[in-house]
Design a protein around this ligand. Structure first.
Ligand code: SF4
Length: 313
């Protein structure tokens, strides 16, 4: 299948068969997100989806895991999603997991029975963009949920036997609020117990509304060093058993491990990186339109904002 847009999925899904069922994101409003802004959202026809299943089958594929793309695939109408899940089962009855991104709203609009039906049809992991532990940040970033709604939705998921994984974003609360966000997020994650936590630390893109907020002064970005400090605080406070994977693409740093087992190792790695990261001037920033990840190379990034030098500890 000719793939449209950026392939974006959690690292746990890297070996999954990526099956697009739509193009873009039906929500497409998160203030920081540029993944699908350049695409017109549309559902792919059943024939096209079935054609892809057939192609992989004929090529001898027998995927154990399938990831449905693109953004927020769980928001598809019940009838359509069930049709697609049943089609997958016909082609690949041996498939053990069908996973996808979801929003809190896409879970809350389902009854307990409907969620259980998705579990019966093979859905296992839903990746939720939790991003922040602070309601005012969620509101500002135009996420489609607040904390209370997220707690309720995740409770329903667990009841239905589905697994939830959290996407978070250090830096999302802005300059000087990393520690506050880390504390709130740790409380949320400790209570909701995701299987995986993936931190895609904030990148600033010119294409997104957040960039205008930075220009007009209504959002002050955190530096990379602040983001590392925020992550250190979060890892110190996480008591839930989770597989943690944190990416800071701009400074090419990744910290991962199983918590609580690997906490000390992860903290030591972060300490080393914090020591190497200047207190000032380093911001994740991508210049120009960036619909293709390959274009986000060194020539497209620069440190543009004046120093803030905030150490939150
Ligand atoms: S729901 Fe996900 S893909 Fe859609 S706009 Fe928000 S962050 Fe981007």
């Amino acid at each position: 299948m000719e793939y449209e847009g950026q392939i974006c999925r959690a690292p746990m899904e890297r070996s999954s068969f990526m099956l697009p069922i739509m193009v873009g994101c039906s929500y497409n409003r998160c203030r920081f997100c540029n993944l699908f802004r350049h695409l017109r959202y549309r559902e792919l026809p059943y024939e096209q989806i079935e054609g892809e299943l057939l192609r992989v089958k004929k090529a001898g594929g027998h995927p154990r895991k399938i990831f449905l793309g693109d953004g927020n695939a769980f928001a598809q109408k019940d009838e359509r999603l069930i049709y697609i899940l049943e089609m997958i089962r016909r082609y690949f009855p041996e498939c053990e997991e069908i996973n996808m991104d979801a929003t809190v709203t896409s879970i809350r609009k389902r009854t307990d029975q409907e969620l259980k039906e998705f579990q019966r049809l093979g859905v296992r992991h839903l990746y939720l963009g939790i991003e922040s532990g602070l309601d005012d940040v969620l509101l500002f970033m135009e996420k489609d949920h607040n904390q209370k709604e997220a707690y309720e939705a995740i409770g329903c998921l667990h009841e239905a036997g589905l697994t939830y994984d959290a996407h978070i974003m250090t830096g999302v609360a802005g300059k000087g609020r990393g520690r506050e966000n880390a504390e709130a997020l740790a409380e949320f994650l400790n209570r909701t117990k995701p299987a995986h936590v993936v931190n895609f630390s904030m990148f600033l893109h010119r294409e997104v509304p957040l960039y205008q907020n930075i220009r007009d002064g209504s959002f002050a970005p955190a530096s990379e060093r602040e983001n590392l400090l925020e992550e250190r605080c979060l890892i110190e406070l996480l008591t839930a058993e989770v597989l943690y994977d944190g990416f800071h693409d701009f400074i090419e740093f990744r910290v991962r491990g199983r918590l609580p087992r690997d906490r000390e190792k992860m903290l030591a790695r972060l300490k080393q990186m914090i020591g190497r990261t200047p207190e000032t001037e380093v911001y994740s920033y991508v210049q120009g339109e960036c619909p293709v990840l390959e274009r986000c190379g060194a020539e497209h990034r620069s440190a543009v904002y004046p120093a803030c030098g905030a150490d939150q500890r």
